[in-house]
Design a protein around this ligand. Structure first.
Ligand SMILES: [Zn+2]
Ligand SMILES: [Zn+2]
Length: 184
């Protein structure tokens, strides 16, 4: 096939992927099925499969060039029911958020923020939390205050974001796309 044609097909596929409604509640990325893992919405599942089996979580630099300041943290395991992060056990949950907080602090001092996009608003099945610098002026009134990572509630299918407030954490629950509170 001449390469301009192939390019047009590739571009078409990319545009289609962009145009599809972003809802990952019905994901079917099977880590034992290499062909299924090639699907766009399974890309992060495929990356998870490349990590050491015993790693509880891993970090990725966001590969989107317009989000140069962003990192992601992802659980290594895939959980059933649409690949939420809700499937983490209590111990895994606490370790996951503590690792995210440590990374945020390392990158941005007290200016860090963590954002998890809702499952009906994101395009990647595998649960992932964005780590970045919290933008100024994004604070809203609907938050809960928790003492530490173990107290962060599970989001269900909704999005949530977390940032420090003195020696406590603010958790903003029940949102959709949340990564917009972070510097790109
Ligand atoms: Zn996955
Ligand atoms: Zn807040």
């Amino acid at each position: 096939m001449p390469s301009p044609v192939r390019f047009a097909i590739l571009l078409g596929a990319l545009l289609l992927a962009r145009a599809l409604p972003a809802d990952v509640t019905g994901c079917a990325c099977d880590p034992f099925d290499a062909a299924a893992l090639k699907r766009f919405e399974c890309s992060l599942c495929a990356v998870a499969e490349q990590q050491p089996k015993d790693a509880p979580y891993f970090f990725l630099k966001d590969n989107n060039p317009v989000k140069a300041n962003r990192w992601l943290i992802l659980p290594r395991k895939h959980y059933p029911g649409g690949y939420s992060i809700d499937g983490l056990s209590d111990a895994e949950w606490t370790a996951f958020w503590n690792a995210a907080i440590r990374k945020g602090r390392e990158l941005w001092g007290d200016g860090w923020g963590l954002a998890y996009n809702g499952m009906r608003q994101r395009r990647q099945c595998h649960g992932h939390v964005h780590i970045g610098r919290l933008l100024n002026g994004v604070e809203r009134e609907n938050y809960i205050v928790v003492r530490d990572a173990s107290r962060i509630p599970r989001p269900g299918t909704a999005g949530m974001w977390v940032h420090p407030a003195g020696n406590r954490l603010h958790v903003h629950m029940g949102e959709g796309i949340t990564e917009t509170v972070l510097l790109r």
